[in-house]
Design a protein around this ligand. Structure first.
Ligand SMILES: [Zn+2]
Length: 270
């Protein structure tokens, strides 16, 4: 599932490609046909990312709301595009590029009021505009008052928007924090470390368009060339890069979390 770095990456890319152009919006598969008509032919302004949600704003005050979910995928073509292959829910055709979307959890046309309702349910998005200090304070407020494990809290989109299973695993490994620790048992210094580490990781993900948590030195290769699990320290790995202990998985918030029980025994840092 694309995490927050990827939605922000798409938002920038799709804004660059299509901003200021009237887009032809269709639904080759048919399921989005009625909604597509509401924005087709209208000038597209920009694409906005909030957590794992994308909003494509059009000049008629309508927007396309997309949540990729686990199976959503974009495919890019030149314009005009070739005939659609497979179940393409939405096709955007601009002046020089076109974009096919298949398999999203959400793809619908909404107004500002509905967008506000979607965003209302989300916690702060570290990559969105706005004061980082204020975002941190909002997240800390929820963390320190919760008995849930911190490993569940960071994945909860109403606490922080945009964190998925890979960032989660890599975050707790980097900081050495035991993800089973209750939010209320985390002290503020430890939370600061987690927060800073998360911001750094998400910004790096946005820069490369993919999650990269290893350093170039650890990987012994330029970061941009890394693919698959070579980009991670702990997610999907068999052995801990620090202590050579076997990496284990533990289910927290209904998702398997990769971790090294040996290196991640801390409740506090520093
Ligand atoms: Zn280890």
């Amino acid at each position: 599932m694309p995490e927050g770095h990827k939605t922000h990456f798409y938002a920038r890319e799709h804004t660059d490609w299509f901003s200021g152009q009237p887009l032809q919006v269709t639904s080759p598969q048919g399921r989005f046909r009625g909604d597509a008509r509401k924005v087709s032919g209208v000038v597209f302004d920009h694409c906005e990312a909030v957590g794992k949600h994308l909003f494509y704003h059009f000049e008629n005050d309508r927007m396309i709301h997309v949540h990729l979910g686990r199976y959503g995928k974009y495919r890019v073509h030149a314009a005009p595009p070739p005939p659609a292959v497979g179940a393409v829910r939405m096709r955007l055709v601009g002046q020089t590029r076109s974009l096919d979307l298949s398999g999203p959890t959400t793809c619908r046309v909404i107004d500002h009021e509905t967008r506000a309702k979607v965003i209302e349910k989300l916690g702060p998005d570290p990559l969105a505009d706005g004061s980082l200090a204020r975002k941190k304070a909002l997240v800390w407020d929820k963390v320190q008052s919760s008995k849930k494990p911190i490993g569940a809290l960071v994945l909860d989109q109403s606490v922080i928007a945009g964190v998925g299973n890979i960032f989660r695993a890599e975050l707790f490994f980097e900081t050495g924090i035991d993800p089973r620790t209750a939010g209320a048992a985390i002290d503020e210094t430890t939370f600061d470390t987690l927060w800073k580490s998360l911001i750094k990781m998400m910004r790096k993900g946005l820069k490369y368009g993919k999650i990269v948590t290893v350093t170039a030195k650890e990987a012994a290769a330029p970061l941009a060339t890394l693919e698959g699990r070579d980009r991670f320290r702990v997610y999907g790995k068999a052995t801990c890069p620090r202590c050579q202990h076997a990496i284990e998985t533990i289910e927290i918030a209904a998702r398997d979390l990769y971790w090294c029980p040996q290196c991640q025994a801390n409740v506090t840092v520093g």
